[in-house]
Design a protein around this ligand. Structure first.
Ligand SMILES: Nc1ncnc2c1ncn2[C@@H]1O[C@H](COP(=O)(O)OP(=O)(O)OP(=O)(O)O)[C@@H](O)[C@H]1O
Ligand SMILES: O=c1ccn([C@@H]2O[C@H](COP(=O)(O)O)[C@@H](O)[C@H]2O)c(=O)[nH]1
Length: 246
């Protein structure tokens, strides 16, 4: 358990939370227990002085691709997916505020009266003053995912790392949910992830982090304490960087 005297490894992070994992065992919607546990862990990071930008996926509610496969227009489906991320963001803000953690929701799509429109300079100001900033509505454009949005916002606000908290415990040689023989990487390069087309993160997002040399760590958000452990030197999950020997 970190104390206020713990020295965090990072000053500013961009945390991407899986929307799908927010549904817990229900498989759809938001499990308040998962939400409250994540709020608690984020609060611990804030408590040791880490500035936290947050992007939450929408896979617990809607994904444009799945809606399209079910017959909807793809762009309409993507709009629904982005709106789903706003709902998740509102739920997370509520959980954070119930734990007395100051937070803001910004949206890439203007939604006056509900959330603030995304503005990079304001976001950096809020982060600097210790508020958790939840970046919602993805990039604001269809055909992207919240992985790309997380990497984009991480680069824009000059986070030191993008942490992808998901429902598997790292990047594997193949999808561990379908291939029990898949082997986990402790570290891998952006180019390896691209060449092998490893599906844990969409390739647009990997290109973006590669071009801006932004480290990404993929870890399991269902493991209590993993997030805090990462801040104090733990080695959870898989680190994706330019050069694994550096
Ligand atoms: N090589 C791989 N290594 C690890 N996971 C993989 C790999 N290939 C595919 N996956 C799958 O990627 C999934 C995680 O990424 P995905 O984008 O689906 O979820 P998420 O971003 O956590 O969720 P959401 O879209 O709801 O935010 C895992 O559930 C896993 O099954
Ligand atoms: O920039 C973006 C981000 C997201 N979307 C749509 O939202 C859903 C939910 O996001 P996930 O990353 O899958 O959790 C996504 O499937 C897209 O349909 C978008 O269009 N643009």
């Amino acid at each position: 358990m970190p104390t206020k005297d713990s020295h965090p490894r990072y000053k500013r992070i961009l945390l991407k939370l899986s929307g799908e994992a927010l549904s817990g065992e229900q498989g759809f919607g938001i499990d308040p227990k998962v939400l409250d546990r994540m709020a608690l862990e984020i609060g611990q990071l804030v408590g040791i002085g880490v500035q936290v930008g947050l992007v939450i996926g929408g896979g617990n509610l809607f994904r444009g691709k799945s809606l399209h496969e079910a017959g909807l227009d793809r762009v309409t489906g993507d709009h629904m997916g982005m709106l789903a991320t706003v709902m998740n963001a509102l739920a997370m803000r509520d959980a954070l505020e119930r734990s007395n953690i100051r937070s803001r929701v910004m949206s890439a799509i203007p939604m006056s009266g509900i959330v603030e429109h995304y503005d990079r300079r304001s976001a950096i100001r809020y982060l600097t003053q210790g508020d958790v900033v939840i970046f919602s509505a993805g990039t604001g454009n269809p055909f992207f995912t919240t992985d790309s949005a997380a990497c984009l916002r991480g680069i824009e606000v000059e986070a030191e790392v993008v942490l992808k908290a998901t429902n598997v415990d790292g990047v594997y040689s193949d999808d561990p949910r379908t291939n029990p023989d898949a082997v986990k990487y402790d570290r891998l390069t952006y180019n390896e992830a691209l060449e092998k087309q490893l599906g844990v993160m969409d390739l647009t997002a990997v290109c973006l982090v590669r071009d801006h040399n932004m480290p990404v760590r993929v870890f399991n958000m269902n493991k209590p304490g993993a997030l805090v452990s990462l801040m104090v030197g733990g080695n959870e999950g898989t680190l994706m960087v330019e050069d694994i020997t550096a």
